[in-house]
Design a binder for this molecule. Structure first.
Ligand code: NDP
Ligand code: MG
Length: 381
């Protein structure tokens, strides 16, 4: 039977590439969601004919309802409608491609509806990874990562029946646009500088996270949650070429890696077809014309967000939710030109220092920590 997918965050970088893959694979689309981009969601809905289209912004939803009134697509507005889209009966796979912690409630809704989760929205796993993974176990929902590093690890782990065979995961990291700079030099960089990523074209939030290396910090936590490993077993290596997407070292010393051109449609496609693989129209990787593949230690002094995330991972409890929310809020202020580059670290570190972490938190305690961290960033910015 043909697969049917729903995409949360369909108008974004991952959402659009997922529709590309869906078209190529001939998948059906049950629901599409966006925040304010009515024009693009209308275009997508006319092409893919979902049963449901959601705009989380209410005014945008009213606009979309008028634009789609001649179609069969039902339009809903508001944040709660994201969970409705996530649980829609017709879909077997839900792609979580919204940006930020807003993805948590719909991810949990999709898990309760026993969907396969093609997970791009890493913030959800960072702030509430233990709860999300426990819910996935309870409901028997499959989580297949879309993030290129975690997809690489997922692929390297096929056939590994016993997680005790893993010695460590090695997440590769491009180093971002400010690679090689000192902390002072990076601190002077502007929004335009930060938005220029060397190898990937992505949404603005993750692009800034790549410049601070917070993205790699979030990914370390994402990997710890997905593969249930302690920090000591998750390491980071700078790999400027973004060709080796990550590696797994096993206890017998064997190291498996997944390689490919830097194209997110590859991990997206795998999350759709797993455990099978489907023919891809993308250019194959030509190893003979690749630049030399290099690996190096990240500079944690110049890019302190990486160590901050690792420390939050060790503290555990709500510390990761505080880290994530403070970073989301600080990046938003940076993108609005209200704070400088180095303030992202300063404000996130301050929020972690100010707000005590709660151990074994409930969902309510995670949401409270998230709100407190956002207040702290606004008060100190
Ligand atoms: P984009 O900013 O390009 O897209 C975000 C999507 O989420 C858009 O559809 C946007 O709608 C929607 N959205 C934004 N704010 C809200 C909100 N408050 N409520 C509901 N929906 C909202 O992001 P990316 O595609 O780059 O990233 C999406 C996720 O995937 C992130 O978690 C990121 O870390 C992760 N990821 C992305 C990669 C990439 O290559 N881009 C790689 C690996 C992971 P609208 O267009 O209307 O604003
Ligand atoms: Mg990644």
């Amino acid at each position: 039977m043909k697969k049917t997918i729903s995409i949360l965050g369909a108008t974004g970088s991952i959402g659009r590439q997922t529709l590309d893959v869906a078209e190529n694979l001939g998948l059906r689309v049950a629901a599409l969601t966006a925040h304010t981009n009515v024009r693009r969601l209308e275009e997508q809905a006319r092409k893919f004919r979902p049963a449901l289209a959601v705009m989380t912004d209410e005014a945008a939803a009213r606009d979309l309802a008028i634009r789609l009134s001649d179609t069969e697509t039902k339009v809903r507005g508001g944040v709660e409608a994201l969970s409705e889209a996530a649980a829609l009966l017709a879909a077997d796979t839900v792609v979580t491609a919204v940006v930020g912690m807003v993805g948590l409630a719909p991810t949990l809704a999709a898990i309760r509806a026993k969907k396969r989760i093609a997970l791009a929205n890493k913030e959800t796993l960072v702030c509430a990874g233990e709860l999300v993974m426990a819910a996935a176990d309870t409901y028997g929902a499959e989580i297949v990562p879309v993030d290129s590093e975690h997809s690489a690890i997922f692929q390297c782990l096929q056939g590994c029946g016993d997680r005790r065979e893993i010695r460590r995961l090695i997440l590769t990291c491009s180093g971002g646009p400010f690679y090689g700079m000192s902390r002072e030099e990076a601190g002077k960089m502007t929004k335009a500088d930060a938005l220029r990523h060397p190898n990937w074209t992505m949404g603005p939030k993750i692009t800034v996270d790549c410049a601070t290396l917070m993205n790699k910090g979030l990914e370390v936590i994402e990997a710890m949650r997905l593969y249930r490993l302690p920090l000591e077993q998750v390491s980071v290596a700078i790999h400027r070429q973004s060709i080796v997407h990550s590696l797994v070292e096993f206890r017998d010393g064997a190291v498996l890696a997944q390689l490919g051109t830097p194209d997110m449609r590859l991990p997206i496609r795998y999350a759709m077809t797993y455990p099978a693989r489907a023919e891809s129209p993308a250019e194959p990787l030509d190893l003979l014309s690749c630049p030399p593949l290099t690996f190096a230690e990240p500079d944690r002094n110049a890019f302190p967000c990486l160590s901050l995330a690792e420390a939050a991972a060790v503290t555990g409890g709500t510390a990761c939710a505080i880290l994530n929310a403070a970073n989301e809020e600080a990046v938003r202020l940076f993108l609005e030109d209200r704070i400088g580059f180095s303030d992202i670290y300063r404000l996130t570190e301050r929020a972690l220092g100010e707000i005590p972490a709660v151990v074994n938190p409930s969902l309510e305690e995670i949401l409270a920590a998230d709100a407190a961290a956002r207040r702290s960033v606004l008060a100190n910015s």
